[in-house]
Ligand binder design. Structure first.
Ligand code: GLU
Length: 409
């Protein structure tokens, strides 16, 4: 099943409960605008390379569109379309005044020099600058991009439109970025894991955790959860998985990555594969790397009782249903990883006010937004006896539909 089809399945489960007619479903699932652009770039060896870039603007019913920019070799229109619609539901679930969009370039960022990445980024902005901006569509980091990429985007966009740091979020903190933006997605996953366990009377100190992915999301989630006394027994990155019964020393693993660039060669744990990590005998699993990692093929081997989707779309639609029937509680991506876009919103607000919040304020507000959204999703799920995912979609769909009705089609 392709990524966009999976989102449609999730959407339809919620739309069925809402008894939404077919034409409204089409209205809400079809992207408002899909742009594919050529990104010709001169590589360091003097050769010309021609890359393909995308920006899918799914919905602006609730406000300017918002969503990250991904540099990855698997990026295609279908994936970007799926991720753009997830952003619409995500911003609606946490009730921030945005629509949804996503962009990407099909390229392997590991093979690019810094200068090549900069040239590609600037060329991409040349191609899309007219359709993005602070009141239209505000890009942000995603897989393969970071605050440095955002600084280039801002600089290139401002060459056309003049000073306006709110045109992009996830910028470097010293250059109109927000304190706490970088940690926000992972921290949000941790906050929500904590809330869920509280609801289920499960002590974090008795909770064994496996986190797939030790990038921006996984590493910050691990840090927050380690500080909250969860037992993090496994972590992983592209070099493989690392397991230690009783819990890893996360601060040590974090400094190892800082020194060595990745977990490769990390000694204070047993090496396991990324696939084996998913099937470990732990209480809580947090897939925070790629999409589509829990499928019909491995769902029977998943032992965790709780799953927090740090990544976008890590569970296939059929596997999701199996997990629900088995009583596994899944915090879905559109809630679990919404901390990132929530602090992006705070960054945009600060930029527009030329005012900078301190880290405590950012963290408090993030906690507030995610807690309110979590309580609402939890209640809706209990009321209808449905999964947290279907409940989150229901809330998101209702808000987008209402905004569409209010403004007229
Ligand atoms: N790329 C992140 C996401 O998937 C953040 C988007 C944003 O901050 O706009 O939610």
């Amino acid at each position: 099943m392709k990524a966009n089809e999976a989102v449609q399945v999730f959407f339809n489960r919620a739309a069925d409960i809402l008894e939404m007619p077919e034409n409204q479903r089409r209205l809400l699932t079809t992207a408002m605008r899909e742009v594919t652009v050529e990104v010709p770039v001169e590589m360091d060896n003097g050769e010309l390379d021609v890359l393909i870039g995308y920006r899918v603007q799914h919905s602006n019913a609730r406000g300017p569109m918002k969503g990250g920019l991904r540099y990855h070799w698997e990026v295609d229109l279908d994936e970007v379309r799926a991720l753009a619609s997830l952003m619409t539901w995500k911003t609606a679930v946490v009730n921030i005044p945005y629509g949804g969009a996503k962009g990407g370039i099909c390229v392997d960022p590991r093979k690019l020099s810094r200068k090549e990445k900069e040239r590609i980024t600037r060329k991409f902005v040349d191609q899309i600058h007219e359709i993005v901006g602070p009141d239209k569509d505000i890009p942000a980091p995603d897989m393969g991009t970071n605050s440095e990429t955002m600084a280039w985007i801002r600089n290139q966009w401002e060459k056309y439109h003049g000073f306006n740091p709110a045109c992009i979020t996830g910028k470097p903190v010293e250059d109109y970025g927000a304190k706490g933006r970088e940690e926000a997605t992972g921290r949000g996953c941790g906050i929500l894991a904590f809330k869920m366990l509280q609801r289920l009377n499960h002590d974090p100190r008795q909770t064994r955790v496996a986190i797939q992915g030790f990038g921006n999301v996984g590493s910050h989630a691990a840090k927050y959860m380690y500080e909250s006394e969860f037992k993090i027994e496994a972590i992983s990155d592209i070099s493989g998985g690392y397991y230690r019964e009783g819990g890893l020393d996360i601060p040590e693993a974090l400094s190892y990555v800082l020194e060595n660039g990745s977990l490769a060669g990390y000694q204070n744990a047993d090496p396991i594969s990324n696939e084996a990590l998913l099937c470990l005998d732990v209480d809580l699993l947090m897939p925070s790397a790629l999409g589509g990692v829990i499928t019909e093929d491995n769902v029977a081997d998943i032992k965790a009782k709780y799953i927090v989707e740090g990544a976008n779309g890590p569970i296939h639609a059929n596997a999701d249903e199996t997990l629900f029937k088995r009583g596994v509680t899944v915090i879905p991506d559109i809630l679990a990883n919404a901390g990132g876009v929530t602090v992006s919103y705070f960054e945009w607000v600060q930029n527009r006010q030329y005012y900078s919040w301190d880290l405590n304020r950012v963290r408090q507000q993030l906690d507030h937004v995610l807690t309110s959204a979590f309580e609402e999703v939890w209640q809706t799920a209990n009321e209808h006896k449905i999964s947290l995912r279907t409940a989150a979609f229901m809330i998101g769909i209702r808000r987008v539909m209402r905004a569409t009705e209010l403004s007229g089609i």
